[in-house]
Ligand binder design. Structure first.
Ligand SMILES: [Zn+2]
Length: 278
């Protein structure tokens, strides 16, 4: 199956990618509107990413807005939209389909989705274990990986979730973005629920993994990225390139040597925003 699924699960964003065929399908799924203007603009975000992917050879991108697709044909092999989403995704994963989750899409309940996410993408945001303050992450260096091709060190403020619940000993998890929250950030004054969480404060000085990649034994790939709360961050070329590269990588598409280059203007960033009042 040549499917790539990019979804924002539940009220979140999450992408997944498939394998082995000419044009790789990438399905982008935007979560429901959940915040005020400029935040969690997942509907606008997936359309922006879709526009960029349309220019990439070998990729066939589609997108769905406002939550889980109502189209029963959205995913080959998914039998019913009434069925449990975890089971539907689980069936896709067994076929080696990739899954990339961005921001809200990395958060799942630890007893309903947690174990599955450890399997599928290597980690997840666990309520009250992980934390979600707004802070400026400084990515001073990047690992040598297909996902970082063309990406230069950068710094950007976002609601970077961290202290992600990863597989024990990070088994099979490759960190892609690492930054060190300062002690002020660890107080979690902007976290929900509010910090401080003693275990987060106690980890003072530790670097945190904010994006990561896994390769599953079934051949599928997984990617997690905790930023993208602020829609305007898609205007940052390095931030944007990491996610676009990751979508290709998750779909088993060769990432260009200089990364996925896609210009995004201020006008582009104003398109498709959710109506006010949502
Ligand atoms: Zn957010």
């Amino acid at each position: 199956m040549n499917k790539v699924l990019l979804s924002l699960l539940a009220a979140a964003l999450c992408w997944s990618a498939g394998a082995r065929a000419a044009d790789k399908k990438i399905v982008l799924i935007a979560g429901h509107p959940s915040h005020g203007p400029g935040d969690h603009e997942f509907n606008a975000g997936v359309q922006l990413l879709h526009k960029c992917l349309q220019n990439v050879p070998g990729v066939d991108p589609t997108f769905y807005l406002n939550g889980w697709p109502k189209d029963p044909n959205a995913f080959d092999g998914a039998d019913s939209i009434q069925a449990d989403h975890l089971r539907i995704i689980g069936d896709l994963m067994k076929k080696g389909i990739g899954l990339a989750c961005v921001h809200y899409a990395v958060e799942v309940p630890k007893d309903k989705g947690g174990p599955e996410f450890l399997n599928w993408i290597g980690g997840y945001y666990e309520d009250r274990w992980s934390t979600n303050p707004h802070w400026e992450a400084d990515f001073k260096s990047l690992p040598n990986h297909a996902i970082t091709r063309g990406v230069k060190p950068f710094r950007i403020r976002d609601e970077w979730y961290y202290n992600i619940r990863f597989r024990p000993e990070m088994k099979g998890v490759t960190p892609i973005l690492i930054a060190k929250p300062d002690d002020e950030t660890r107080q979690g004054k902007s976290s929900s629920p509010r910090g401080p969480y003693p275990h987060v404060v106690a980890a003072s000085g530790r670097e945190e993994v904010l994006a990561w990649a896994v390769e599953r034994p079934d051949g599928g790939r997984g990617f997690g990225f905790t930023g993208a709360h602020f829609h305007k961050n898609w205007g940052n070329e390095n931030f944007r390139m990491i996610v676009l590269n990751a979508l290709l990588w998750t779909a088993h598409v060769e990432v260009p040597a200089n990364g996925v280059d896609c210009a995004v203007t201020d006008e582009d960033l104003k398109k498709n925003l959710d109506p006010k009042g949502k």
